[in-house]
Design a protein around this ligand. Structure first.
Ligand code: DAH
Length: 357
């Protein structure tokens, strides 16, 4: 056997033995690489006497082609094997039982806020936010509740510790403070709602120290109580999903509105159950009024030129009326069983199902 034939035999054996793609490539480099054992034989051809060149060239070339073909064939085998191994290790056992996944629920408070936002957004109200830790000016004074005024006692306030000589900050007692902040920041007209948490020192079956409100404000030229009534009428019909709901405006008092009204809706009470929209009973639902000229003046708006209405909704009250939950405190107990019962599917989005439509 010539040296070349031995080399070819060796190379083919090495290809045969290669157990994976990496070692196969090492064999390729060893024999066919730039400085490989077979490649270097090829570069010898030119140095041979012309008579021998042809014969030697043919043998070297034959060896080269044989090794190349054998490497290509082996490569295919190894690649197939690697793929099969991967497929086997990644196979899915469809007979396994599914994992018991916990699906979350939307809290009724979040749900009711989303519903109110969807309806009021359809009416052209944007959504604004303000801080929950508020100063005296925005929570009280600018809303026409002067220092030492008895109206301050209407809302049992949480005060934060204050530095000497400074007014204490408060946990906002209502979302009306957002009216002041937004009117200070911008220029009329204003048409927004402000949902959020509010705080009062109170705790019983119908009161929790933290609860939620939505403030509404519409300021423009020529806005009057007819607009307020029409807006609330549309809102309440859409929220309670009834074709008609009787409305009653009862004179009331809020320092930041004049005139002020408490709004009642018609309902029927029977066996402890309330049906909204029909019957001869009344249910108090929200407070509202025409924004007091002093409030507008406090934020630099001329009340002779601009006026409008405001309203304040209690979210928990709306949630209890629409979805029924006897004790307000349960809303904040964080009991997962309660949430599973009273909560909502995350896939049922009010902006798709609700609004004014
Ligand atoms: N801020 C009032 C409260 O917390 C609710 C309210 C009443 C807001 C009348 C208003 C309004 O904007 O016009 O009790």
């Amino acid at each position: 056997m010539s040296d070349l034939e031995i080399l070819q035999k060796e190379a083919l054996e090495a290809v045969n033995k290669a157990a994976n793609l990496a070692s196969l490539d090492e064999v390729r480099v060893k024999y066919l690489g730039k400085k490989g054992l077979i490649s270097s034989q090829i570069s010898q051809i030119g140095k041979l006497p012309p008579k021998e060149r042809k014969n030697f060239g043919a043998i070297v070339n034959k060896a080269k082609v044989a090794v190349e073909q054998s490497i290509a064939a082996k490569k295919e085998i190894l690649e197939d094997a690697a793929l099969n191994k991967k497929l086997a290790s990644e196979s899915v056992d469809v007979s396994l039982p599914i994992r018991n996944e916990q699906v979350g629920k939307i809290h009724p408070i979040s749900r009711v806020i989303d519903e109110c936002v969807a309806i009021l957004a359809d009416m052209g109200f944007s959504v604004e936010e303000g801080p929950e830790i508020e100063d005296d000016f925005h929570n009280f004074t600018a809303l026409n509740i002067p220092p030492n005024h008895p109206a301050r006692q209407m809302q049992d306030t949480f005060y934060l510790p204050a530095n000497d000589g400074e007014d204490p900050m408060v946990l906002r007692t209502h979302t009306s403070s957002v009216q002041i902040r937004k009117m200070q920041e911008g220029k009329p007209p204003f048409r927004f709602i402000a949902p959020g948490r509010v705080y009062r020192s109170d705790y019983d079956i119908t009161h929790t120290p933290m609860f939620h409100q939505i403030e509404g404000l519409y300021i423009d030229k020529d806005i009057h109580m007819g607009h307020l009534k029409g807006c609330l009428h549309q809102f309440l019909k859409a929220f309670f999903e009834v074709d008609e709901v009787p409305l009653r405006f009862r004179p009331s008092f809020f320092p930041f509105t004049e005139p002020s009204a408490e709004v009642d809706i018609g309902c029927a009470r029977q066996d402890g159950k309330i049906t909204i929209g029909a019957g001869k009973d009344w249910l108090e639902i929200l407070g509202c009024g025409m924004v007091h000229p002093n409030v507008l003046t406090n934020v630099g708006i001329d009340p002779e030129e601009y006026q409008g209405f405001a309203f304040g909704l209690g979210i928990e009250r709306l949630a209890m009326l629409k979805y029924g939950a006897p004790d307000l405190r349960n809303f904040f107990d964080c009991d997962i069983r309660w949430l599973n019962h009273y909560g909502f599917s995350a896939l049922n989005i009010p902006s798709k199902t609700g609004g004014l439509a």
